[in-house]
Design a binder for this molecule. Structure first.
Ligand SMILES: [Zn+2]
Length: 363
């Protein structure tokens, strides 16, 4: 599969990176700003949108896309990651059973049960291009037994999600079906990852996601696990690196056949004065096969006070085309919100350029 196909019939060439638009907004930007960065799609968060807005609003608007006036692709997550972290936290009365996850909302103290079926039904209300099944997150450092239990429940929930998905698809008229993504759990136990992938394959999905926490206790990326999942994913399936977004990890996973990525990194880093820049003189000069193909620009030093140059000469974003490093440093220094907007726009353009270069340079 060479293109990500939206339910509205758009084709977006792989690989794609979708920034995390958790509450149906990328902080400090509006949908036109996102479009200006050549970002082809976004990821929205099922748990937060359900909690903040409920189902009826999306019925009224016809999905999350018209609600935020966004024309690009949209993926929704299952809500599982947020709910699991709430449910597994002490003191919040969280409970995970085969039925689903019961958790207490930390703000309202109201109890709520998220089931695999509810998650799929709500994602259909959002009318996203890919829906993700609810899975039981394997905690980092889990014992083999705990990890095996999370795989068993992930498979059980995946079966029920598939039934809920098919029921929702029957109700669709002319609209295309969204992709259905299964999530491979099992922590760092390769036997469990393989077993999970095989059992999910028997249920049948459009693609697999690399589930769980991708870093080891020392913060190293688990490339071996990513490779094992890729090796046990059918050739006609999509491969999705859930929450994976460091540029070097994206390049490495693309080499293994991963095509879809989402992450909070570019937007969160932008708000913390960390701008991604290619180590290149111009956009043509960018070479992602070089070991150190990018670095960070942090506009907090006095040497930038009168620096009239652009943040990056290998970027064509609103910031780099129009403003100097000195001006950006000044905006940050006075805590002006425009600094966050311009930096976020720049980082998103870095990621859209990164994906363009991966396609061109066929890593
Ligand atoms: Zn730029």
């Amino acid at each position: 599969m060479k293109n990500f196909k939206t339910i509205e019939g758009k084709n977006i060439p792989y690989p794609v990176f979708f920034p995390d638009s958790t509450h149906a907004v990328l902080k400090t930007l509006d949908s036109m700003d996102i479009k200006s960065t050549h970002t082809p799609g976004i990821l929205v968060n099922t748990y937060h949108l359900y909690r903040e807005l409920g189902e009826d609003l999306f019925d009224k608007f016809g999905g999350v896309r018209p609600f935020m006036n966004w024309e690009g692709a949209v993926i929704s997550d299952s809500g599982g990651f947020q709910v699991m972290s709430l449910a597994k936290k002490d003191g919040l009365d969280g409970r995970i059973t085969d039925e689903g996850v019961t958790f207490v909302d930390p703000k309202t103290r109201k109890s709520m049960l998220l089931t695999p079926e509810k998650s799929i039904d709500f994602q259909f209300k959002l009318k996203t291009d890919m829906v993700v099944v609810l899975d039981d997150f394997t905690p980092p450092n889990a014992t083999h037994k705990t990890a095996r239990d999370t795989v068993a429940r992930t498979v059980l929930w995946a079966k029920r999600s598939k039934i809920a998905y098919e029921k929702n698809c029957e109700k669709l008229k002319s609209q295309k079906k969204p992709y259905l993504l299964g999530v491979v759990q099992g922590g760092n136990y390769m036997d469990l990852r393989i077993e999970c992938a095989q059992r999910l394959k028997d249920i049948g999905f459009d693609g697999f996601g690399y589930g769980g926490w991708p870093l080891d206790s020392k913060g190293n990326f688990q490339y071996e696990t990513a490779q094992i999942i890729a090796n046990h994913t059918p050739k006609n399936y999509l491969l999705y690196g859930l929450g994976i977004g460091k540029p070097q990890d994206i390049v490495a996973l693309c080499k293994m056949g991963y095509q879809i990525f989402d992450c909070v990194l570019p937007t969160r880093d932008a708000r913390h004065r960390r701008l991604y820049v290619f180590n290149a003189k111009s956009m043509d000069d960018i070479n992602i096969n070089k070991k150190d193909f990018y670095s960070y620009f942090v506009p907090d030093k006095d040497i930038y006070k009168d620096d009239g140059s652009a943040v990056s000469s290998a970027c064509d974003c609103l910031l780099c085309k129009n403003y100097s490093r000195a001006y950006l440093r000044h905006l940050f220094k006075i805590n002006e919100i425009t600094a966050l907007r311009l930096s976020t726009i720049h980082n998103l353009r870095f990621y859209s350029l990164l994906m363009e270069k991966i396609r061109q340079q066929e890593v």
